[in-house]
Design a protein around this ligand. Structure first.
Ligand code: ZN
Length: 303
């Protein structure tokens, strides 16, 4: 079964899924740029409705405890739109971490994750269905970042829920190795933000561990053209890895919304998928990226 904010559903019910999104979050308390937040349910819902018109049926909402995740708002969004939402437990980059992590052991942090996966979050009975987005800083692991990852491994092994990460190239192999050393099933690992690295051989080096990677910043063309994302996806399909790729937009501030003239949650279906078709990727394979792969990875045979 797959654990959503409205309860557990069967794997077949999930549907077309964006695998790394934020519907409600606050990064502004660290970034202080005045735009890095999404807080208003009424502002998010029309953006979601447009993605649903494109065929999107579900999201993995990867906002962490320290991104000021708000599961009550996520539940309201799911009830009002019909979007299936898998919410997350986890911690983000070091500068967001609460001081309490300094003294905590990986086992103690894992207890926090496990409670949120199995009992409830913030005094509700809403439970997480994913351990995400477990982050590391761009160049190296900083502060407690290794500890939150080791904790993710412990929680995943104990509960069989998947782990999704925020990872740059310098830490990617070590991230995978820490999780595998901790005993995590490689198919329960999603290494995020890998479309920001235009290097097919590097992508293969990660996939050879048996893990999954996410091309989850679709539409952020200031960082990488969508043509490159689609072309690198094609190369992975040709190399036989179509069962290990996921797609998303990673909208982390309201100024990415269509109401600000941007693509919001629409870039995967509106920009990258059409390019994939143009480059010859089949409908069946696109359905794997958006439906079969996400459902298989977060499906938990123990619930
Ligand atoms: Zn993110």
């Amino acid at each position: 079964m797959i654990r959503t904010v409205l309860g557990d559903i069967s794997k077949d019910e999930l549907g077309f899924t964006l695998a790394h999104e934020h519907l409600i979050l606050d990064l502004d308390w660290v970034r202080k740029d005045g735009v890095s937040f999404i807080q208003d349910v009424n502002e998010v819902i029309p953006e979601i409705a447009m993605a649903q018109k494109q065929g999107i049926e579900a999201v993995f909402e990867v906002s962490t405890i320290d991104m000021k995740r708000d599961v009550k708002k996520l539940k309201e969004i799911s009830e009002r739109t019909g979007l299936k939402i898998v919410c997350s437990t986890g911690y983000y980059l070091a500068e967001y971490h609460p001081e309490s992590l300094n003294e905590a052991t990986p086992e103690e942090i894992a207890e926090v994750y496990i409670k949120e996966l199995t009992e409830g979050i913030d005094g509700t009975d809403i439970r997480a269905g994913l351990i995400a987005e477990i982050a590391s800083s761009p160049d190296e692991f900083v502060g407690n970042e290794k500890k939150i990852l080791e904790a993710a491994a412990i929680a995943s092994v104990k509960t069989s829920f998947a782990v999704s990460t925020h990872t740059g190239r310098p830490n990617a192999a070590e991230t995978v190795e820490i999780l595998l050393k901790g005993g995590v099933d490689p198919d329960k690992i999603i290494i995020g933000h890998q479309d920001l690295i235009d290097d097919h051989d590097y992508h293969l080096s990660l996939l050879r561990y048996g893990v999954n990677i996410a091309f989850d910043t679709c539409g952020k063309v200031a960082y990488m053209p969508d043509e490159t994302r689609a072309m690198n996806a094609l190369k992975l399909v040709e190399a036989g890895y179509e069962d290990h790729l996921l797609l998303s937009n990673d909208i982390s501030r309201r100024t990415y919304f269509t109401s600000f003239g941007k693509q919001g949650y629409l870039a995967v279906m509106g920009s990258v998928v059409p390019l994939m078709r143009e480059y010859g990727i089949s409908e069946e394979t696109i359905r794997k990226f958006l439906k079969d792969n996400p459902a298989r990875i977060v499906n938990n045979s123990r619930i």
